[in-house]
Design a protein around this ligand. Structure first.
Ligand code: BGC
Length: 382
């Protein structure tokens, strides 16, 4: 009891200190007031006063080990898009990666707010826990753009991502098109704390559940993978193969990083190339696995477009102008009843047959990158 009182009292100077550092609790980091996502005089959605004139942006990404994309694509592309959106004298955006730790991500956001960042772009490690980041930002009148992964908060200003159910449907459709009657299917899903992983699975099941129900396919293993941990995916596939005595014919795997681990597991049982494996992200390693015939497909999500959409929003927020033309009226529901103005890009299915006309033609990867170490002539690409 005594200890409890002591703790309570000792927290007060801390709160005062944090308020002092934030300039004033509850007031805007830009010094202006107003609410996030208000309705402008033209009747359209604008960023309102929140973030107007803001030149200091904080980028918060979730992990680096779960996928190549965060450090190799999102980081540089977001930095470029934000720089291009703001006046030349704007400082470079603050960049943070939480490396899979929620407390780290919250601390990074607090530190950005303390430094005076007035727009936050957050790809949450945990979409529910990160709601506290949105609440804290709101108290400083700082708009938060949820990037790629939805945060469950009605106070979000915007959400920028892909149609993630569609991503799962594209993966599921590949299995619909490449299975044999009676095949046993393993499902290795992403992290349950990432709303996207839930949507990918939902999309895949939109295509696969009817086949499971009819007995055309048998689901023999189904697991979410904490942190999208690529090493855990290897353990999961090993377990599934052992439990089924290798009687597995299809592997639904949510992204390329985990697919690479699943392929290693299949290789150890001399099953690689025989079991279709799905993926996502069009990573260099994933595309090489496709060229070599060990992975069936990946989902290409044009991250340059996703980052550019953030740049467009940052520009509109800075100028205080309407964003209706950017979001086209699209909204995404949050669990607490929000409807978040959204920009959702379209994912593309990639397999051996269209690598050249999609990811290479777009300049997302180069032929040199993906053909390195791959025999000349492979798949008509290298
Ligand atoms: C992203 C995927 C990525 C995964 C793991 C998801 O939220 O949408 O592109 O592979 O996280 O990082």
């Amino acid at each position: 009891m005594k200890l409890f009182h002591y703790k309570k009292l000792s927290a007060i100077p801390g709160i005062i200190l944090i308020c002092a550092l934030l300039a004033a609790c509850g007031s805007a980091n830009t010094g202006s007031t107003g609410s996030t996502g208000s309705t402008g005089s033209t009747g359209g959605t604008t960023a309102g006063a929140a973030g107007k004139g803001c030149k200091k942006v904080g980028i918060l990404l979730p992990e680096s080990a779960s996928s190549d994309r965060w450090e190799n694509k999102d980081k540089p592309l977001l930095q470029q898009a934000i720089k291009a959106a703001l006046p030349a004298d704007a400082p470079a955006a603050d960049y943070n990666n939480a490396q899979g730790d929620d407390t780290t991500q919250i601390n990074q956001a607090n530190s950005d707010l303390t430094k005076g960042d007035c727009i936050l772009v957050v790809a949450a490690h945990d979409g529910k826990i990160a709601a506290s980041i949105v609440a804290k930002a709101k108290a400083s009148n700082v708009p938060v753009i949820a990037y790629d992964r939805l945060i469950q908060s009605k106070d979000l200003a915007y959400y920028v991502s892909f149609d993630n159910v569609k991503v799962g449907e594209i993966q599921g459709q590949y299995i619909v098109d490449h299975h044999k009657k009676g095949d046993n299917v393993v499902m290795i899903n992403g992290s349950q704390t990432d709303n996207n992983a839930v949507l990918f699975k939902q999309g895949a099941l939109n295509k696969l559940q009817p086949l499971f129900d009819s007995g055309e396919l048998h689901k023999v293993y189904d697991q979410f993978t904490p942190d999208w941990d690529n090493d855990k995916a290897r353990v999961e596939m090993d377990q599934a193969l052992t439990a089924q005595k290798n009687n597995v014919q299809v592997a639904y795997v949510a992204n390329d990083g985990m697919a690479n681990s699943v392929i290693a597991s299949l290789k150890a049982q001399k099953l690689a190339g025989k079991v279709p494996v799905t993926g996502q992200d069009a990573t260099v390693a994933g595309l090489q696995n496709i060229l070599e015939g060990n992975q069936g497909m990946t989902v290409y999500k044009a991250i340059p477009k996703e980052a550019a959409a953030v740049g467009d929003l940052v520009k509109a927020i800075y100028n205080g102008t309407a964003t209706d033309s950017l979001t086209s009226g699209a909204t995404t529901k949050t669990e607490d009843g929000g409807a978040i103005p959204s920009i959702l890009e379209t994912p593309v299915s990639v397999d051996k047959a269209n690598i050249a006309s999609t990811v290479i033609a777009d300049g997302y990867v180069t032929k040199d990158q993906i053909c390195k170490g791959v025999p000349a002539g492979t798949a008509g690409v290298c």
